[in-house]
Design a protein around this ligand. Structure first.
Ligand SMILES: [Zn+2]
Length: 205
Protein backbone atom coordinates (compact mmCIF):
# COMPACT_ATOMS: atom_id res chain seq x y z
CA UNK A 1 0.00 0.00 0.00
CA UNK A 2 1.44 3.34 -1.03
CA UNK A 3 1.77 5.70 1.91
CA UNK A 4 4.14 8.44 2.94
CA UNK A 5 6.88 7.44 5.40
CA UNK A 6 7.92 10.31 7.66
CA UNK A 7 11.42 8.91 8.23
CA UNK A 8 12.18 8.15 4.56
CA UNK A 9 10.36 11.38 3.62
CA UNK A 10 8.89 9.77 0.53
CA UNK A 11 6.03 7.52 -0.55
CA UNK A 12 6.79 3.86 0.10
CA UNK A 13 5.02 0.60 -0.72
CA UNK A 14 4.26 -0.22 2.93
CA UNK A 15 3.68 -3.77 4.12
CA UNK A 16 0.30 -4.65 5.59
CA UNK A 17 0.13 -5.94 9.20
CA UNK A 18 -3.56 -5.69 9.98
CA UNK A 19 -6.66 -3.54 9.84
CA UNK A 20 -9.85 -2.67 11.63
CA UNK A 21 -13.01 -1.23 10.08
CA UNK A 22 -14.94 1.47 11.93
CA UNK A 23 -18.68 1.84 11.28
CA UNK A 24 -18.62 -1.09 8.90
CA UNK A 25 -22.25 -0.82 7.82
CA UNK A 26 -22.12 2.90 7.37
CA UNK A 27 -21.62 4.71 4.08
CA UNK A 28 -18.85 6.64 5.87
CA UNK A 29 -16.96 3.53 7.00
CA UNK A 30 -13.26 3.96 7.68
CA UNK A 31 -10.56 1.33 7.61
CA UNK A 32 -7.65 1.77 10.00
CA UNK A 33 -4.46 0.09 8.75
CA UNK A 34 -1.34 -0.94 10.59
CA UNK A 35 1.55 -0.88 8.13
CA UNK A 36 5.31 -0.80 8.22
CA UNK A 37 7.85 0.74 5.95
CA UNK A 38 9.95 -1.88 4.06
CA UNK A 39 12.91 0.52 3.90
CA UNK A 40 13.32 1.84 7.44
CA UNK A 41 11.01 -0.56 9.28
CA UNK A 42 9.02 2.11 11.13
CA UNK A 43 5.38 1.49 12.00
CA UNK A 44 2.73 3.54 10.24
CA UNK A 45 -0.92 3.90 11.14
CA UNK A 46 -3.06 4.89 8.17
CA UNK A 47 -6.72 5.21 7.27
CA UNK A 48 -8.90 4.84 4.22
CA UNK A 49 -12.46 6.05 3.69
CA UNK A 50 -14.98 3.99 1.77
CA UNK A 51 -15.64 5.38 -1.71
CA UNK A 52 -18.08 2.72 -3.00
CA UNK A 53 -20.14 0.09 -1.19
CA UNK A 54 -21.25 -2.23 -4.04
CA UNK A 55 -18.70 -3.60 -4.48
CA UNK A 56 -16.78 -2.29 -1.49
CA UNK A 57 -14.00 0.01 -2.57
CA UNK A 58 -11.55 1.93 -0.40
CA UNK A 59 -10.02 5.32 -1.18
CA UNK A 60 -6.52 6.69 -0.87
CA UNK A 61 -4.36 5.53 2.05
CA UNK A 62 -3.53 8.47 4.32
CA UNK A 63 -1.07 8.36 7.19
CA UNK A 64 -2.61 9.33 10.53
CA UNK A 65 0.34 8.42 12.78
CA UNK A 66 3.01 9.49 13.09
CA UNK A 67 1.44 12.56 11.57
CA UNK A 68 4.83 14.19 11.68
CA UNK A 69 8.23 13.67 13.23
CA UNK A 70 7.14 16.39 15.63
CA UNK A 71 4.00 14.73 16.89
CA UNK A 72 2.47 16.24 20.01
CA UNK A 73 1.80 12.66 21.11
CA UNK A 74 5.50 12.36 21.90
CA UNK A 75 6.12 15.90 23.04
CA UNK A 76 3.66 16.35 25.88
CA UNK A 77 5.24 16.00 29.31
CA UNK A 78 4.75 12.72 31.19
CA UNK A 79 2.50 14.43 33.75
CA UNK A 80 0.21 15.82 31.06
CA UNK A 81 0.16 12.51 29.19
CA UNK A 82 -0.83 10.62 32.35
CA UNK A 83 -3.61 13.12 33.07
CA UNK A 84 -4.97 12.75 29.54
CA UNK A 85 -4.93 8.96 29.81
CA UNK A 86 -6.74 9.15 33.17
CA UNK A 87 -9.33 11.54 31.68
CA UNK A 88 -10.03 9.21 28.75
CA UNK A 89 -10.26 6.18 31.06
CA UNK A 90 -12.75 7.99 33.31
CA UNK A 91 -14.80 9.05 30.30
CA UNK A 92 -14.94 5.49 28.98
CA UNK A 93 -16.18 4.31 32.38
CA UNK A 94 -18.93 6.95 32.40
CA UNK A 95 -17.29 8.91 35.25
CA UNK A 96 -17.89 12.27 33.55
CA UNK A 97 -17.36 14.43 36.63
CA UNK A 98 -13.99 12.78 37.30
CA UNK A 99 -13.04 13.12 33.64
CA UNK A 100 -13.85 16.85 33.61
CA UNK A 101 -12.01 17.54 36.85
CA UNK A 102 -8.91 15.76 35.54
CA UNK A 103 -9.15 17.90 32.40
CA UNK A 104 -9.34 21.01 34.59
CA UNK A 105 -6.24 19.87 36.44
CA UNK A 106 -4.32 19.51 33.17
CA UNK A 107 -4.23 23.31 32.93
CA UNK A 108 -2.44 23.48 36.27
CA UNK A 109 -0.03 20.69 35.24
CA UNK A 110 0.80 22.46 31.96
CA UNK A 111 1.37 25.69 33.85
CA UNK A 112 3.82 23.95 36.22
CA UNK A 113 5.79 22.41 33.33
CA UNK A 114 6.39 25.94 31.99
CA UNK A 115 6.88 27.61 35.38
CA UNK A 116 8.74 25.05 37.45
CA UNK A 117 9.44 27.53 40.23
CA UNK A 118 5.74 28.35 40.70
CA UNK A 119 4.27 25.72 43.02
CA UNK A 120 1.10 27.66 43.77
CA UNK A 121 -2.08 25.68 43.09
CA UNK A 122 -4.06 27.59 40.52
CA UNK A 123 -7.65 27.31 39.42
CA UNK A 124 -8.69 26.38 35.92
CA UNK A 125 -9.62 29.99 35.06
CA UNK A 126 -6.37 31.36 36.49
CA UNK A 127 -4.35 28.79 34.57
CA UNK A 128 -6.10 29.55 31.34
CA UNK A 129 -5.46 33.28 31.78
CA UNK A 130 -1.77 32.64 32.58
CA UNK A 131 -1.29 30.47 29.48
CA UNK A 132 -2.84 33.25 27.43
CA UNK A 133 -0.81 36.03 29.08
CA UNK A 134 2.42 34.06 28.52
CA UNK A 135 1.63 33.77 24.82
CA UNK A 136 1.35 29.99 24.91
CA UNK A 137 -2.21 30.10 23.57
CA UNK A 138 -4.03 32.67 21.45
CA UNK A 139 -7.30 34.46 22.01
CA UNK A 140 -9.45 31.84 20.28
CA UNK A 141 -8.09 29.01 22.42
CA UNK A 142 -8.59 31.15 25.52
CA UNK A 143 -12.20 31.96 24.57
CA UNK A 144 -12.86 28.29 23.79
CA UNK A 145 -11.65 27.33 27.27
CA UNK A 146 -13.92 29.96 28.82
CA UNK A 147 -16.93 28.77 26.87
CA UNK A 148 -16.93 25.09 27.78
CA UNK A 149 -19.17 24.30 30.73
CA UNK A 150 -16.72 24.98 33.52
CA UNK A 151 -15.73 28.49 32.69
CA UNK A 152 -17.77 31.59 33.39
CA UNK A 153 -20.88 30.78 35.42
CA UNK A 154 -19.91 27.21 36.30
CA UNK A 155 -20.80 26.28 39.86
CA UNK A 156 -19.01 23.58 41.81
CA UNK A 157 -22.31 21.75 42.38
CA UNK A 158 -23.01 21.54 38.65
CA UNK A 159 -22.66 18.03 37.27
CA UNK A 160 -20.88 17.25 34.04
CA UNK A 161 -22.85 15.46 31.39
CA UNK A 162 -21.33 13.09 28.86
CA UNK A 163 -21.45 15.89 26.28
CA UNK A 164 -19.75 18.45 28.51
CA UNK A 165 -17.01 15.96 29.49
CA UNK A 166 -16.52 15.18 25.78
CA UNK A 167 -16.25 18.92 25.06
CA UNK A 168 -13.67 19.20 27.80
CA UNK A 169 -11.48 16.36 26.48
CA UNK A 170 -11.62 17.80 22.97
CA UNK A 171 -10.60 21.22 24.25
CA UNK A 172 -7.68 19.88 26.30
CA UNK A 173 -6.45 17.83 23.32
CA UNK A 174 -6.60 20.95 21.14
CA UNK A 175 -4.81 22.93 23.86
CA UNK A 176 -2.00 20.35 24.07
CA UNK A 177 -1.77 20.31 20.30
CA UNK A 178 -1.36 24.10 20.31
CA UNK A 179 1.21 24.22 23.13
CA UNK A 180 3.26 21.10 22.40
CA UNK A 181 2.98 20.87 18.61
CA UNK A 182 2.00 24.09 16.84
CA UNK A 183 4.10 26.41 19.01
CA UNK A 184 7.13 24.15 18.58
CA UNK A 185 6.74 24.04 14.81
CA UNK A 186 6.41 27.81 14.72
CA UNK A 187 9.62 28.22 16.75
CA UNK A 188 11.45 25.87 14.36
CA UNK A 189 10.12 27.84 11.41
CA UNK A 190 11.33 31.13 12.92
CA UNK A 191 14.76 29.65 13.66
CA UNK A 192 14.98 28.36 10.09
CA UNK A 193 14.13 31.82 8.77
CA UNK A 194 16.90 33.36 10.87
CA UNK A 195 19.47 30.70 9.89
CA UNK A 196 18.75 31.05 6.15
CA UNK A 197 18.47 34.84 6.15
CA UNK A 198 21.37 36.65 4.39
CA UNK A 199 21.42 39.07 7.35
CA UNK A 200 21.19 36.56 10.18
CA UNK A 201 19.09 37.72 13.08
CA UNK A 202 17.67 40.72 11.24
CA UNK A 203 14.29 39.79 9.83
CA UNK A 204 12.54 42.28 7.65
CA UNK A 205 9.10 41.67 6.18
ZN1 LIG B 1 10.57 4.50 5.91
Amino acid sequence: MIVNCFICETDVDALYCGSHILDENDAKATRILLLFCPTCGCSILASQSVIATHPLKWGKVGRIWPRNALSSFWDVSDDVYECMEAARTSFNKGAYDTCAHICMNVISVIHRTHNAEDEKVITYSEGLALLHNQGLIGRRMYDWGQEIPCGVGFKSEDAFTKESAQSFIEFIEALCDCIYFQNKRYDIFKNRLVSTSPTKGELSL
